[in-house]
Design a protein around this ligand. Structure first.
Ligand code: DOR
Length: 434
C-alpha cells in the first residue's frame, strides 16, 4: 500500500524530529520523511493541513475477549475500536476462554486478526496453564506461534519459584514476562483502594502495599534471572519508586500506566460508580501525581489502556459484584492530549514517545518510529478537535467507561496501518462519508 501524507508537523521522538514535513509510505513501509516530497506516479496523497503526524500508536495491554467472550468484544470489534482511537497495533491479553496457553489459541487469534482485524494484533501468551499458577504453559510453543510476551494478567503468579522458572524459559525465547503486580492475599475481598475514601464509604480496600510487595519481588526476580519483567498498570507511588531505583541499577524492568490511573483518584468511587472499579484500583492523589511524574521522566515507559470491555450486566450490579475493568481504546489518546498535554504541562513529544517508542521497546515490536524501512503505520492527531466522550458511539462492544461526558480538546484524526487508511476524521473505511 502506498500513501503520501503531506503538510504535516512530523513528530518522531525516536529520531528526535519535530518539524514540518511529509511522510511517504511505499509498499506498506515508511520510505521517506522530509519536506516537499514528490508523490511517485499513482500514489494517493492526503494533505493533513499542519496536523501532527506521528508513528502509529501501540497499545500493549488490551483485552479482545475472543475466543470465548464474544458478547463482550471480538477481534473485529476491538481492533475497530483501536483504529477509531488512533492505535495501529494492539497486544492482546491471554485471559480468553480458552486461555491463550496453546499454539491453537494463538493461531486462532492471528488468523482472525488477519481476516477481520482493522489494526495489527500481537498475542500475549499465558505464563501458566489456564492462568492457574500451578504449572508453566508451553512457553516455547507460544513464542513460536507468535506470542510476543507472557502474562497471567489479572491472575498474578503468586508462586515465586514458578515465576523464576518462567523467567528463565522466557529468556531463552527472547520474550518479556508481564506482571499484574498485586498480592492476591492482600487484595482478596477488596473492591477499591484502601484509604480514607474506602473507610468513609465502608467498603473493603486493597492496600497500596499489595502492589508494592509484588513489584519488589518482580524486580528481585528480574535481577536474579536477567530476564526483562514488565510491570502492567502501575498505580502507586511506591511501585514507581521501586521501578525508578531498579532502572537506575540496570535491572531489566519496564512499566506502563493507564489513562485512568493518570486521570482519576479513588474519589471517583464516591458515587458507587461501577465504571470506576478496576484492578488495580484507582488510587490516591499522591499516587496519581507520582505516576504522572514517572511518565514524564521515563520511569514509566508506556501508556497502555488495559482496555477491558464488559457487558452491561457485568457492571449494572452492586459495586461488590461488578466486574473489574474499563474500556480505553477510544478515549485514551484524546484524554491524554487534553488532560496531560494541554492542561497538564506534559510535552507533546514525550506523550507520543510513551505511545510509540516506549511500548515498541517493551515488547520488541516493529514500529514505534518513522525510520525508513519500518512499518508504514501513522497516527495523525488534530490538537484542536473538540468533542465530548459518548460511549454510545464506541466501536467497542463495551460501554464501561468512567469518562462518559468528558470534554476533550485534541484527538486522533487519521489512523494509517501499513499505508492503508484505517480511520479518517472519526470514520472507519466501511462507514463511508456523510
Ligand atoms: O480491571 C481489570 N480488568 N484488570 C485486570 O487485570 C483484568 C481486566 C479484565 O480482564 O477485565
Amino acid at each position: 500500500m502506498n500513501l503520501l501524507v503531506r503538510n504535516g508537523r512530523v513528530v518522531d521522538p525516536a529520531n528526535g524530529l519535530d518539524a514540518p514535513g511529509d511522510v511517504l509510505v511505499l509498499d506498506g513501509r515508511v520510505a521517506r520523511v522530509g519536506p516537499g516530497l514528490p508523490a511517485p506516479p499513482g500514489t494517493p496523497a492526503v494533505d493533513v493541513g499542519g496536523r501532527v503526524v506521528a508513528p502509529g500508536f501501540i497499545d500493549i495491554h488490551v483485552h479482545l475477549r475472543e475466543p470465548g467472550e464474544e458478547y463482550k468484544e471480538t477481534i473485529a470489534s476491538g481492533t475497530r475500536a483501536a483504529a477509531a482511537g488512533g492505535f495501529t497495533s494492539v497486544a492482546c491479553m491471554a485471559n480468553t476462554r480458552p486461555v491463550n496457553d496453546t499454539r491453537a489459541v494463538t493461531d486462532y487469534i492471528l488468523a482472525e486478526a488477519r481476516a477481520r482485524g482493522a489494526v495489527r494484533v500481537y498475542p500475549i501468551g499465558a505464563v501458566t496453564r489456564g492462568l492457574e499458577g500451578r504449572e508453566l504453559a508451553e512457553l516455547g510453543e507460544l513464542a513460536e506461534a507468535g506470542c510476543v510476551g507472557y502474562s497471567d494478567d489479572g491472575r498474578p503468579v503468586m508462586n515465586s519459584a514458578l515465576l523464576r522458572r518462567a523467567l528463565e524459559y522466557a529468556q531463552a525465547f527472547g520474550r518479556p514476562v508481564i506482571s499484574h503486580a498485586e498480592d492476591a492475599s492482600l487484595a482478596e475481598g477488596g473492591v477499591m483502594h484502601e484509604g480514607f475514601v474506602s473507610t468513609d464509604l465502608g467498603l473493603a480496600g486493597i492496600p497500596a502495599a499489595a502492589e508494592e510487595i509484588m513489584v519488589a519481588r518482580d524486580v528481585a526476580l528480574a535481577e536474579l534471572t536477567g530476564t526483562p519483567v514488565h510491570i502492567a498498570h502501575v498505580s502507586t507511588a511506591a511501585a514507581v519508586r521501586l521501578l525508578r531505583d531498579a532502572k537506575a541499577r540496570g535491572v531489566p524492568v519496564t512499566g506502563e500506566v493507564t489513562p485512568h490511573h493518570l486521570l482519576l483518584t479513588d474519589e471517583a468511587l464516591r458515587s458507587y460508580d461501577t465504571h470506576a472499579k478496576m484492578a488495580p484500583p484507582l488510587r490516591s492523589k499522591r499516587d496519581v501525581e507520582a505516576c504522572r511524574e514517572a511518565l514524564a521522566d521515563g520511569t514509566l515507559d508506556a501508556i497502555a489502556t488495559d482496555h477491558a470491555p464488559h457487558a452491561l450486566t457485568d457492571k449494572e450490579v452492586e459495586l461488590d459484584h461488578a466486574a473489574n475493568g474499563v474500556v480505553g481504546l477510544e478515549t485514551a489518546v484524546a484524554l491524554c492530549l487534553t488532560h496531560l498535554v494541554r492542561d497538564g504541562g506534559l510535552d507533546l513529544a514525550t506523550l507520543i514517545a510513551r505511545f510509540t517508542t516506549g511500548p515498541a521497546r517493551v515488547l520488541g515490536l516493529p514500529g514505534g518510529s518513522l525510520t525508513p524501512g519500518g512499518p508504514g503505520d501513522l497516527t495523525i492527531l488534530d490538537l484542536g478537535r473538540e468533542h465530548v466522550v459518548d460511549p454510545a458511539r464506541f466501536r467497542s462492544k463495551g460501554r464501561n467507561t468512567p469518562f462518559g461526558g468528558w470534554r476533550c480538546v485534541g484527538g486522533p484524526w487519521m489512523t494509517v496501518v501499513g499505508g492503508r487508511v484505517a480511520m479518517h476524521d472519526g470514520r472507519l473505511p466501511e462507514e463511508g462519508r456523510s
